[in-house]
Design a protein around this ligand. Structure first.
Ligand code: DP6
Length: 320
């Protein structure tokens, strides 16, 4: 096999992973997360055997630091019992490292492409999920399409509902700021766990929020799901504000967008925002309310603002 290409879509969590279980294998979460794999924005990884015996990753035309990928490649070689070194060319159709979950789709695509190249055929999703997790925790969810659950302490995610489970649902991603974020999720969650006095409460509270969200998702109850999702992201940021030094990913426009979602709810629309380790705001609503959400985003971000309307998408695809 000369080369393998894989395409993956980002995993947007509504119940958040923020903090790692101490000890043991890399990136096992302290909190359970529940997420949706999105459609329409993608990461692609094209992999072939490396000619010079070194793993190389070029992302969006830029060679990446080896240390960011070392644990991932070493684990993959150990799991698949191979000596292969990989040369990867990767690209995203949306801003990288800006809080739009590019590491989830990036590592899901990378794991699928490298493991397929090493095996000569596509491994099962459970193994891909476990390998992707070593690169970036949230990537274990992006291996699967639709709704996914990644339990606290688990080494892989699991599929919960297929993409068609809630057909009228849409996610509108608003890009408040497209440059890379100041603190990676990894550094942010580690410093929160080490220094925030609120962190133990965040971890203790998370299973309850997961249950609320799971029940609402099964019943396709947007009001209840949105409320659980809002508590999850707000409490995640609450733990960050307690860190030393405090961690603030928001920009003024982020808060304006949160207020815009509140206004829409006051007008009777079921629109629920969430945020990740960056200033971008993501809105969950039904297809019917997308025009109102887009108009609200336009008002806050002005004519320069960018947004994407997405919905539930498929899991990682491998092209031989
Ligand atoms: C806020 O998966 O990027 O988006 O495992 O250290 O690579 P690492 O972190 P990462 O963290 C994602 C955090 C989040 C919430 C989520 O996606 O659940």
């Amino acid at each position: 096999m000369k080369s393998v290409t894989a395409v993956a879509r980002p995993s947007l969590a509504f119940i958040k992973y923020w903090g790692k279980s101490p000890g043991g294998p890399a990136n096992r979460p302290a909190t359970p997360s529940l997420a949706l794999t999105l459609e329409g924005i993608t990461s692609t990884a094209e992999v072939c055997p490396s000619a010079d015996g070194r793993d190389r990753v070029v992302l969006g035309g830029e060679e990446q630091p080896e240390r960011r990928f070392a644990a991932f490649f070493d684990t993959l070689r150990a799991e698949l019992k191979t000596d292969l070194r990989f040369a990867v060319t990767s690209a995203n159709t949306f801003p990288t490292a800006a809080g739009l979950a590019s590491s989830s789709s990036g590592f899901a695509a990378l794991a699928a492409a490298c493991a397929t190249l090493a095996r000569g055929q596509r491994p099962d999703d459970a193994l891909l999920s476990r390998l992707a997790r070593v690169g970036s925790g949230s990537a274990c969810r992006a291996v699967y399409g639709g709704w996914t659950l990644w339990d606290a302490g688990a080494e892989a995610a699991q599929p919960l509902f297929e993409a068609g489970h809630w057909p009228e649902l849409r996610v509108v991603l608003a890009a408040v700021h497209e440059g890379p974020k100041e603190h990676s999720s990894r550094d942010g969650m580690n410093s929160t766990a080490e220094t925030s006095p609120f962190y133990p409460a965040w971890v203790a509270d998370a299973p309850q929020l997961l249950n609320e969200a799971r029940r609402a998702l099964a019943a396709r109850d947007l009001e209840a799901f949105g409320q659980a999702a809002r508590k999850s992201y707000q409490r995640m940021f609450g733990t960050m504000l307690g860190a030393d030094p405090p961690l603030i990913y928001w920009k003024p426009a982020s808060l304006s967008l949160i207020r815009a979602a509140e206004d829409l709810r006051r007008q009777g629309l079921s629109v629920w925002e969430t945020m990740d380790a960056g200033p971008q705001v993501k809105f969950l609503c039904t297809e019917r309310d997308v025009p109102a959400v887009v108009e609200a985003i336009r008002q806050v971000l002005g004519p320069e603002g960018r947004w994407w309307v997405t919905q539930a998408g498929a899991g990682v695809e491998v092209r031989l």
